[in-house]
Design a protein around this ligand. Structure first.
Ligand code: PLP
Length: 366
């Protein structure tokens, strides 16, 4: 596999060591960005070209750029983890690269190869590796969050796929996503807003899906909830996922179920990893339709003993209650979330190089 080489245009005012150290001591999430960004340009005539790593900074876009009007945009989310020996690794990047191409096809954007996707991350990290925080303990989930994205930058107001596109990767040092750590979150059930419809873009990771989820997210926070759960658009009955995380249900007989993939569910890399790790833990993973009635009845009867959400940003987070217009749905017995905690530790130990990488899920970046 040949690796496209990225030209380097170094930043003339990178953050001073003391400034960076200060940020890394308490990075929050998605607030600070590194000194550089990776960029590759695409045109219909020339294909992908102009691979570069250049100073992080504002983009110059024509006000008529297609992305600003018709939201022809996709993105990814993936992390870089510092191991105890100082080396820096990422987790299953070929899964993100593959999903990025799936998203690109749905949004009529050009497909980026594995080598350009992974190469862009490696090229950025070659410059900005000092921004990957060092965990102070196994409980310290700091990382460098990477955000690859692709936008239709062509200047025109007609409606058709753009013939000029730009791809970027930016990076942001991150502490744990939820301040409460593994405290259970309350979730709001969106009863009239839908995230995705059959034949739509639900399976693609695109900004438009998030734009459509924000009114529901606002409703959730108005009702004291941190996240929102969506039902399917066709029958208003089947559990799909949260705005940006997949859902799992743990049963008292050792089954662990997640909604079966359809074109209205985003296929999480964390979801897929949890299915594999659950089997290693002696659990029985299931991918099948799960209805809101099953949630309500299973919670009341004690059949369901834990519920958790998962995604790259927040890893695995227990769900405390589902708040609905008819009142809250809570588990019959207060859960210690033992399975969620166990799977979370397994996953983090793998990502931070504290356990054997028996599936070959890690790729070294630096
Ligand atoms: C990104 C995302 C997820 C989680 O995917 P991971 O690959 O595990 O980070 C789940 N649902 C939606 C809607 C997402 O955008």
């Amino acid at each position: 596999m040949s690796t496209a080489s990225f030209d380097l245009l170094p930043s003339t005012n990178p953050a001073a060591d003391a400034v960076r150290d200060n940020i890394l001591a308490a990075p929050g999430f998605g607030q600070h960005f590194t000194d550089h960004m990776a960029h590759v340009r695409w045109t219909l005539d020339a294909g992908w070209h102009g691979h570069e790593v250049r100073p992080y900074g504002p983009l110059t876009l024509d006000p008529a750029a297609a992305v600003l009007h018709y939201a022809q945009e996709i993105f990814e989310g993936i992390k870089a983890y510092r191991h105890a020996d100082g080396s820096v690794w990422t987790f299953r990047p070929e899964k993100n690269a593959e999903r990025f191409r799936r998203s690109a096809r749905r949004l009529a954007l050009p497909e980026l190869s594995d080598e350009d996707f992974i190469g862009s991350i490696k090229a950025l990290l070659a410059q900005d590796h000092a921004w990957v925080p060092t965990p102070q303990s196994a409980a310290d989930e700091c990382s460098l969050y990477l955000r690859p994205f692709m936008i239709a930058s062509e200047k025109f107001l007609g409606v058709r796929p753009a013939r000029e596109v730009d791809y970027y990767v930016i990076a942001s040092p991150a502490a744990a996503y939820f301040k409460g750590g593994i405290e259970p979150v309350s979730i709001w059930l969106s009863q009239h807003y839908k995230r995705a419809a059959p034949g739509g873009t639900g399976f693609a990771k695109c900004g438009g899906n998030y734009a459509a989820s924000l009114a529901a997210q606002k409703e959730a926070s108005d009702n004291g909830c941190g996240q929102v759960a969506f039902l399917d658009a066709a029958e208003n009955k089947w559990i799909e996922e949260l705005g940006g995380m997949n859902l799992f249900f743990v049963y008292k007989d050792g089954r662990i179920a997640t909604p079966r993939l359809t074109d209205t569910i985003l296929e999480g890399v964390t979801r897929d990893s949890v299915l594999t790790l659950a089997k290693d833990e002696g659990l029985t993973p299931e991918e099948r339709p799960i209805s809101i009635d099953e949630w309500r009845e299973g919670a009341a009867s004690g059949e369901i003993t834990e519920i958790f959400a998962c995604g790259t940003a927040a890893v695995i987070t227990p769900v405390g209650e589902l708040v609905t217009e008819e009142g809250p749905i809570r588990l019959a017995a207060k859960s210690d979330n033992e399975v969620a905690k166990r799977l979370r530790t397994k996953l983090l130990d793998l990502q931070y190089g504290r356990s054997e990488d028996k599936y070959g899920w890690l790729t070294r970046l630096v």
